[in-house]
Design a binder for this molecule. Structure first.
Ligand code: DON
Length: 302
């Protein structure tokens, strides 16, 4: 495994730093683009790494996976009454489908879907962000994981689009709590800092039919874990989901901090990170690294 990761690192080196770091808030714009890390966690919990795999970064939309886990815990399958399971084929922050589709977002991984899920979790918990933070601490075995409050505050300042989606959903009756409070939680969740090692460990249950070897407990049922992987495969990379399936062929979830998690069901979870993004908002070197990985292991879900 170590040799595989070393090879991938060599292969993607020329791409590291190509593309652009997210610049919609100053805190993300100042991240050094010349960084790359990769970590793999197998179903026994053994971790293998290369590059900057222990450097913390803003998990951003990868938080949507853990948010969905919380919704499964508190709502079970009834969560699907308020959010769909179809790919959107549109950018993560698009508003257009919401009006046509009566305020029901296509899936939990676009912003509108994650906002509805955050709203649902708000209805059940007094401190939904603390619950999510504690969940990732537990799953990764790292008790020091924290959100970067500067990132969260900056996101809140530039919240207009996410606020617009939330209010539109409220107008359709699909948003029950105070919009500004839910946005706070959503941005705090996005602002959580984790490393590739933390994220590979925290998503290992998805490679293991819902069972986390690190905490030795069932995070999701086998069926739910299969559903999450299916959604990751169809919607985890937004409008790049099709070409990601074509090139990589694994369930995956990206974030504008440059992280991508991916799952080889039954074998291992992976996290790659490199902050410079392609035009679709996904890590350029990260996508290339995962493409190289599936080529090397000669395996994909397809
Ligand atoms: O909602 C936003 O705009 C960000 N905090 C999260 C965006 C994100 O990571 C989208 N994924 N690629």
């Amino acid at each position: 495994m170590q040799e595989l990761l070393n090879d991938i690192l060599e292969e993607v080196k020329p791409l590291v730093g190509q593309g652009n770091v997210a610049s919609y808030i100053p805190e993300l714009a100042k991240v050094d683009p010349n960084q790359f890390g990769i970590a793999i966690c197998d179903t026994q919990g053994k971790v293998t790494t290369a590059g900057d795999a222990n450097t913390g970064f803003s998990i951003q939309s990868i938080s949507k996976v853990f948010n969905l886990v919380l919704a499964y815990i508190y709502y079970g399958n009834s969560l699907w009454e308020r959010v769909g399971c179809e790919p959107s084929g549109l950018p993560f922050n698009s508003l257009v489908q919401l009006e046509y589709e009566n305020g029901i977002p296509r899936n939990p991984f676009i912003n509108a879907g994650a906002l509805v899920i955050t709203d649902m979790v708000h209805s059940r918990l007094i401190s939904p962000h603390v619950a999510l933070r504690d969940l990732v601490r537990k799953l990764s075995g790292n008790p020091y994981i924290l959100a970067d409050v500067d990132v969260a505050e900056s996101e809140f300042e530039y919240r207009a689009r996410n606020a617009a989606m939330s209010y539109l959903m409220k107008a359709f009756g699909n948003f029950h709590n105070d919009v500004e409070e839910v946005l706070h939680t959503y941005f705090m969740n996005c602002a959580i800092r984790m490393s590739c090692v933390d994220l590979a460990r925290a998503t290992q249950f998805l490679a293991n039919r819902g069972f986390c070897t690190i905490t030795k407990n069932e995070v999701l049922s086998g069926d739910q874990s299969r559903q999450v992987n299916a959604l990751l495969a169809t919607s985890g990379l937004y409008d790049e989901a099709g070409s990601f399936a074509f090139k990589v062929g694994l369930p995956g979830k990206s974030g504008v901090g440059g992280g991508i998690i991916a799952v080889v069901p039954g074998r291992f979870s992976i996290c790659v990170w490199s902050p410079a993004l392609n035009k679709m908002g996904n890590s350029m070197a990260g996508v290339a690294a995962l493409e190289s990985l599936t080529r090397h292991i000669k395996w994909s879900v397809y």
